[in-house]
Design a protein. Structure first.
Length: 140
């Protein structure tokens, strides 16, 4: 992948992600309400999921060596979004809740920590793809 392609894809991902979080300016208020309440706010992360899918398909079509890393990251990220959605849904009640009894007190630990752990794995896979397949430098 050339530097220009990598920069264009990165810009697209950042642009779409930022626009999803800038409710009020770029997005209508009604859409912001839907994004923040549907699926525990996980819909705001769908653009990055789609971007990973698009990049993975492009790499696959080009038979690039980083394809397996990127598609693996896509799968891990998809699972992480499931755990994020289960945490605190619906109405703040965690579906995938881990219960811990401390004395007479019950502590509910949601699946949000699993979301963060899987996101760290996603970033690891994407960094490995980049480290093992660095962009070609333009000829001087």
């Amino acid at each position: 992948m050339s530097w220009l392609s990598a920069l264009a894809i990165s810009g697209l991902v950042v642009g779409v992600s930022v626009s999803m979080f800038l409710c009020g300016g770029l997005l209508p208020a009604g859409l912001c309400t839907i994004l923040n309440t549907s699926f525990s706010g996980s819909l705001a992360y769908v653009p990055s999921l789609v971007a990973l899918m698009v990049v993975g398909v492009i790499l696959h079509l080009r038979k690039h060596r980083a394809t397996d890393w990127v598609l693996s990251a896509l799968c891990v990220y998809f699972v992480s979004l499931i755990f994020r959605t289960l945490d605190g849904w619906p109405n703040g009640q965690a579906i995938g809740c881990m219960v811990r009894e401390v004395g007479e007190q019950t502590i509910l630990l949601g699946t949000h920590s699993i979301w963060h752990i899987l996101n760290a794995i996603t970033l690891y896979l994407l960094l490995r793809a980049l480290i093992e397949n660095p962009p070609r430098l333009p000829a001087a």
